[in-house]
Design a protein around this ligand. Structure first.
Ligand code: CA
Length: 418
């Protein structure tokens, strides 16, 4: 499959991908829904206006001339599949309709560099899981020792907590270093001030399409139809604030000051060829968590840190989404098994994705082992945690034969505390 738009083999956005996002032109315009192809964004509100989706479930509905994707996401999998076929056909090399309509092309395609990406969805609720066995084990060893590394519930329950949706921000948005209470080990009383242990968390998140009603669980093997697609997530964390506040109710201000996401939602349709077997689960999960088939995804994830003194970002970690112990179907089944309702646009994040080797850990906490082994940057600087002026960049992609299905990146710069 090829598009009439030139797409380099290294691009994250070939015709096999077609992620959904929301953007506006740099010079004053309303946000609209679009897709990405090569170095261009495609204005879906115009294609909709021109009747491209008329013969699908979308009919004459206006779902793309909106400041978020929620209306489209609520339509469900059959509508998503039909819209994808329309777009792949319209952008394809051997279909003349759009290929030969130079006038329409002028208003439909905009170079990516001329637009500003917005949050793709109105996110009502955000849940953060803790589903990487390697991450949970590393943190457990650091804080409880090798023998009690995994909590006794961990292999039975996809552990999670409710995060904060209001502070989810799109890639490129800067983050102000948070202040809060911490309790230095050598002090008798807690102190107040900017966090000294600011960290990133390499995660991915999925978006809810159609939700479920209060009181109704989503059976694990029906969860697929409720999941629209995925983004990259950096769940910023203040480790010193976290250590002091987290007992007995879990993370609070250490986590809710900012969560960054990549702007393009890559659909499960585009990710389908990259579905792989996940880690062996022993003990066998309970019946309500027994997902059929392979639900891990082979998604390469790389993390880069760019200090203000460096010209190029420096790679500090390379992990993969396939390492996740609990899969997205199990997470959603568990989330709703008690009758908790989910709504269109809700976001669920995976938890830090650490791989089996030291260079595949998904946080500074693990990469530097609580600061014991600082990371050396090429210019001679060292990092135990993240400094003011540092930019943290995560990118992610699936490698197909001769093409990539990518997520682009999620980047964020740390500004000094106010
Ligand atoms: Ca997290």
């Amino acid at each position: 499959m090829r598009s009439f738009i030139d797409v380099s083999p290294d691009s994250h956005f070939p015709i096999q991908n077609l992620p959904y996002g929301v953007y506006k032109l740099k010079v004053g315009s309303q946000p609209v829904c679009g897709t990405a192809i090569g170095d261009y964004v495609v204005d879906l509100s115009i294609l909709e206006e021109k009747g491209y989706f008329k013969k699908t479930i979308l009919g004459d509905k206006k779902v793309f001339s909106k400041p978020n994707l929620n209306t489209f996401m609520a339509l469900g999998r059959e509508a998503w599949k039909q819209a994808r076929i329309v777009l792949q056909t319209a952008l394809s090399d051997d279909n003349p309709l759009l290929r030969d309509d130079k006038e329409l092309q002028k208003i439909v395609f905009t170079p990516m560099k001329d637009v500003v990406m917005c949050l793709p969805a109105e996110i009502g609720d955000y849940t953060d899981f803790y589903s990487s066995r390697e991450h949970a084990t590393n943190v457990g060893i650091m804080f409880r020792g090798k023998d009690n590394a995994l909590m006794p519930n961990w292999l039975h329950i996809p552990i999670g907590y409710h995060g904060r949706a209001s502070s989810i921000i799109v890639s490129g948005t800067s983050v102000t270093r948070p202040k809060g209470q911490t309790k230095p080990a050598n002090e008798e009383n807690p102190v107040f001030g900017p966090t000294k242990l600011l960290d990133f968390e390499l995660e991915m998140g999925f978006f809810i399409g159609p939700g479920n009603s209060l009181g109704e669980a989503i059976p694990v093997n029906e969860t697929y139809d409720h999941i629209f697609g995925m983004v990259l997530v950096n769940d910023w964390s203040a480790r010193d604030i976290q250590t002091w506040e987290y007992q007995p109710l879990g993370p609070f201000l250490a986590k809710n000051f900012a969560t960054s996401i990549s702007p393009w939602i890559v659909t499960l349709e585009a990710l389908e060829p990259f579905r792989v077997k996940g880690p062996e689960q022993d003990p066998k999960p309970m019946e309500y968590l027994a997902s059929k088939g392979d639900w891990a995804y082979d998604i390469n994830l790389d993390v880069f840190l760019k200090s203000e003194k460096e010209t190029e970002p420096f790679k500090i970690s390379g992990s993969n989404f396939k390492y996740m112990y609990w899969n997205i179907c199990q997470q959603l089944a568990h989330h709703t098994v008690n009758g908790c309702n989910t709504k269109t646009g809700d976001m669920m994040a995976s938890g830090t994705i650490s791989g089996p080797t030291k260079d595949s850990y998904g946080s500074m906490l693990e990469l530097t082992w609580r600061g014991e082994n600082p990371i050396k940057l090429p210019g001679g600087e060292e990092r135990k945690f993240i400094n003011d002026g540092d930019t943290l960049i995560i990118n992610g992609y699936c490698q197909g034969q001769g093409y990539k299905v990518g997520f682009g990146e999620v980047a964020g710069k740390i500004l000094p505390a106010k």
